[in-house]
Design a protein around this ligand. Structure first.
Ligand code: FAD
Length: 447
């Protein structure tokens, strides 16, 4: 049955969803508050590039757009850790050559999805901001940001892909028993650009995700196709001398980077100018219970499950959610209430799991990657996978290189972590690990 469907938000999840729904023959109109990013330059400072991994790729393949996405990708085979003294070491992400993640421009990827949605028959209306509405009455209030005029539109079903501050989620909460908790992180972020070198070559290895871990804070860098890197400082918002609150003058910023990130600072011209000119970013985990109202409204992506970015999974999870919602609609073509309900009940434990794993991963990235005990456990995890590939898969690989449900990856990772702890107790190198004991412990894992 063809339905008149409204999608609010045509970011990553909304554009993908509009494309899938139009492909299935629905009459789709998406309302996006921003201008069309294929025609205008979007300002700096909002995660310009992202890490794309298996879950996201799998959904892009399902939509049939990977041919257009592939030229936009820069593979990253591991973390390049930059120590304080300027030395670097590469920590590979996995055992196999195909276990890589990809740096991709947010706007280029979004552009491919918008074009696909339009090609498949969706209408995307830009600079149209949803102000709220009534799910019961099937109406939305939309403001045209080019004129300031508001008007009402009607819908059969509305899909909220309108990000972490979702107005559609607010409508759902006010018209049902749904509840939402927004947990702000006490660390924020700032984006900086590391340009190509004077000869046009990249100044860092583009095929790695660069990290400068410094315990309480860190800088990361991902390559862009033009040989620049988008870099992000993650640090406390207002606690201590290395917080954003304390970095409020050019002198304080220059001194901080010269002291903590000397090699990085030497590659970035006008560091303090960029720092003071670019916006501060805030981070939060959104946990919502009750993602839909009957068959009339549903949310997905950051609107339903925003997470902190430290596992590089927010977009990947949003794409995976689009694919799972479409499967649920295919399983209940005449009963969208059942489709929305089964989508939420199957998906909710998984997005809760990735929210927790993403929070855990912040400590790993900003601190553990420079710790010898962590490095030994990581080396051992890869060795155990080499020896017992069907029984042991490192957590990072389960999250990034598989489509195993996140909650299952979390459960297995907890069991495996206990094994890694036991095998590395009083051990200083891989050569000293008792692999007979490892075989026993791995034999006891539940699958
Ligand atoms: P959004 O991308 O927020 O899109 C929502 C859209 O809705 C926007 O286009 C917005 O303009 C529009 N909108 C909002 N309100 C309205 C309204 N009232 N009316 C109409 N339109 C509206 N994820 C990864 O997988 N890998 C990474 O490496 C990664 N890195 C990140 C780094 C940072 C610093 C941050 C902050 C996030 C990162 N993420 C990453 C997460 C990722 O950006 C999000 O999970 C993803 O953008 C979610 O997509 P979405 O479409 O649900 O929401």
């Amino acid at each position: 049955m063809t339905r008149r469907v409204t999608v609010v938000g045509a970011g990553l999840a909304g554009a993908m969803l509009a494309a899938f729904l139009a492909r299935d023959g629905h009459d789709v109109t998406a309302y996006e508050s921003r201008p069309d990013l294929r025609r205008v330059e979007i300002g700096a400072g909002r995660s310009i590039n992202l890490a794309l991994a298996t879950r996201g790729i799998s959904a892009l393949r399902e939509l049939g757009v990977m041919n257009e996405v592939e030229p936009l990708l820069t593979p990253m085979r591991g973390r390049m850790v930059h120590a304080r003294d300027g030395t670097t070491s590469l920590q590979p992400y996995g055992n196999r050559p195909d276990e890589v993640i990809y740096s991709v421009s947010r706007s280029d990827l979004n552009g491919v999805l918008l074009t696909a949605a339009e090609r498949l028959g969706a209408t995307i209306r830009f600079q149209q901001r949803c102000l709220g509405g009534s799910i019961g009455a099937g109406t939305l209030e939309v403001r045209d940001d080019t004129t300031g005029a508001s008007h009402q539109i009607g819908f059969d079903s509305v899909f909220g892909a309108d990000g972490a501050n979702s107005p559609v989620r607010e409508m759902i909460v006010s018209e049902s028993a749904a509840s939402v908790s927004i947990e702000p992180l006490d660390h924020g972020y700032k984006e900086l650009t590391l340009p190509a070198g004077f000869n046009g070559d990249p100044q860092l290895d583009p095929h790695a995700l660069h990290i400068w871990p410094r315990g309480g804070y860190m800088v990361i860098a991902l390559a862009n196709l033009d040989h620049s890197f988008t870099c992000t400082l993650f640090a406390p918002v207002d606690a201590g001398p290395h917080s954003f609150a304390a970095l409020d003058t050019a002198e304080a910023i220059e001194a901080f980077f010269a002291d903590q990130f000397r090699d990085f600072a030497s590659l970035v011209p006008d560091l303090s100018g960029q720092f003071l000119g670019n916006p501060d970013g805030s981070l939060a985990t959104v946990r919502c219970r009750g993602w839909h109202v009957g068959d009339r409204a549903v949310i997905l992506g950051d609107a339903a499950h925003a997470i902190v970015p430290f596992h590089g999974q927010g977009m990947n999870a949003a794409f995976e959610s689009c694919s799972l919602l479409m499967r649920s609609l295919a399983a209940h073509p005449e009963d969208w209430e059942a489709a929305f309900s089964s989508f939420e009940s199957a998906r909710k434990p998984d997005v809760d799991a990735i929210a927790d794993m993403a929070l855990d991963n912040y400590v790993e990235m900003r601190s553990s990657v420079a710790d010898d005990r962590y490095l030994l456990r990581r080396e051992l995890a890869l060795e155990l996978e080499r020896r017992w590939p069907s029984a042991f898969t490192p957590r990072y690989s389960m999250v990034m290189f598989s489509t195993m449900p996140y909650a299952e990856a979390q459960r297995r990772a907890r069991q495996q972590s206990a094994i890694l702890e036991q095998l590395t107790d009083n051990v200083n190198s891989l050569a000293d690990v008792d692999f007979d004991r490892a075989a026993e412990l791995i034999g006891g894992l539940t699958r």
